[in-house]
Design a protein around this ligand. Sequence first.
Ligand SMILES: [Zn+2]
Ligand SMILES: [Zn+2]
Length: 139
Amino acid sequence: MSQPLQTALSGRCLCGAVRYRCAAILYPATWCHCESCRRASGTSPVGWFTVALASVEFHGDAPRTHRSSQGVERRFCGICGTPLTYSSALRPTEIDFTLGSLDEPDRVTPVDHIWMADALPWDHPADGLPQHAGTRTAP
Ligand SMILES: [Zn+2]
Ligand SMILES: [Zn+2]
């Protein structure tokens, strides 16, 4: 299992209007196969990493926000539409960013798959990583 990064990260949307900086990741990154991420991104799975909300700085245009389910907000670029973040009221001190929005996405490698219960028949990777039906912590 790869170790969480100890250094700060930065990223941006496709068009560059929204840029961000944040502190090191809190946990190893994951691939999410849930329906909500699939529809929000237009594909599946979506790679996510998690950082402390207090460490996040946005630069340039403010991202737009969509409440995708109760207690959940997703931010994206209002110009090019790149999905950027996921915030849950259940984890108020944390925020998740899309792996693909990193300036150096090769620096973070997902270690498992979550919400496989939602995964479509063509969305069952054979990469040998652990696959969880729901979240990592679900029974
Ligand atoms: Zn953009
Ligand atoms: Zn998801």
